[in-house]
Each structure stands twice: as C-alpha cells, then as structure tokens.
Design a protein around this ligand. Structure first.
Ligand SMILES: [Zn+2]
Length: 177
C-alpha cells in the first residue's frame, strides 16, 4: 500500500525499508533496533509501536503527496532541508553513484544522451536525470508547499513548536509497513 511512498522517499535520498508481509511485532522490533521511524496506515500497529516506544507515524494512505508532507510536518520540518544526498535506488534502496557514459548500453544512450547517469550499487540499475527525475523534484517542492500550509494552519492556534518532537535527521531512516 505504501510502496509508492517508499520509492519516492528513496528518490528523495532517505534510507527507506519497505515491508509488506512481516508480522507487526517483527517490524516494530526492527524499527527499534535500527532506529527507524515506522510509517504505517495500520492504526493498531501504530498504537502498538508507540506502546513499545518505537518511533512511528500514522499515515492515511490517501496520496503520496499528503502522506509524505504529513511525515515531515509531524516532525516540524521541511522535506527539502534533508534532501542533500543523492537519490537512493527507488527499487532496492541501494546507494547510487554517478557513472561515465562510456560503458553504458547504446539503447540507453540513444534515449537519454544529454543526461547524467547513475548506477545503483545494490541492483546495478541505471538511472538518469530525465523527465521522471524532474517531475519528482517538482513533487518535492509541492510537498514542501503542503507542509507550509499545514504549519500555517497550526499557527492559527496556540502551538508550542518546541513541543513538536524532533529526530536526529542525520540518521533518520524509515521503515514502511
Ligand atoms: Zn537498486
């Protein structure tokens, strides 16, 4: 259900695990062990995670833009603040490295000759900064726009921003279930 959110978070540079069929308790314990924020649409699992003092955020699963904005809003920050790293592989979460054009298959070069190319260190998939890349970059700006709207709505009420939990985002990793 949240696979698409996971792929986008990876593209945005976040170390993101995605699990479909593991028992809740296993996911929660993994989250605690590896200091991951567990993102889920399952209310019961979310409550269970909090009870066990895991870090978790409940998503409504109605759309990637809204869900991702909600995650960063909850922690009182903008997505762009943490998008310094290179995109991770949306397919496998592997790190990507830039690769020279020499050595790439001709059909890829024919298709995207003018772009920078990246290879996933995990699955060897080749990516380039084409139209999909640009549309995801544009999406990240729209997500930040949504976060700003949410923060503005909040400021209509009396909010103690210091009370909004913050994480050590340098090591922020996620696990979607
Ligand atoms: Zn990969």
């Amino acid at each position: 259900m949240l696979g698409s959110v996971a792929r986008k978070l990876r593209f945005f540079g976040f170390d993101t695990w995605y699990t479909k069929n593991k028992p809740d308790i296993e996911i929660i314990l993994l989250g605690i062990k590896h200091n991951r924020v567990i993102l889920t649409c399952d209310k019961d699992m979310y409550k269970r995670a909090l009870k066990l003092r895991a870090k978790g955020t409940l998503l409504n699963g109605l759309g990637d833009l809204g869900d991702i904005a909600h995650v960063f809003f909850i922690y009182g920050t903008m997505l762009s603040t943490f998008m310094h790293g290179r995109p991770r592989c949306p397919a496998c979460n592997g790190r990507t490295v830039e690769v020279p054009k020499s050595g790439l298959k001709e059909e890829i070069l024919d298709f995207a000759a003018d772009h920078k190319f990246f290879r996933c260190c995990g699955c060897d998939k080749i990516y380039w900064e084409g139209s999909h890349y640009k549309s995801l970059k544009a999406l990240s700006k729209r997500i930040d726009g949504r976060i700003l709207e949410l923060l503005k709505e909040l400021s209509l009420y009396t909010v103690d921003y210091s009370a909004i939990p913050r994480l050590d985002f340098v090591s922020w990793r996620m696990h979607l279930a």
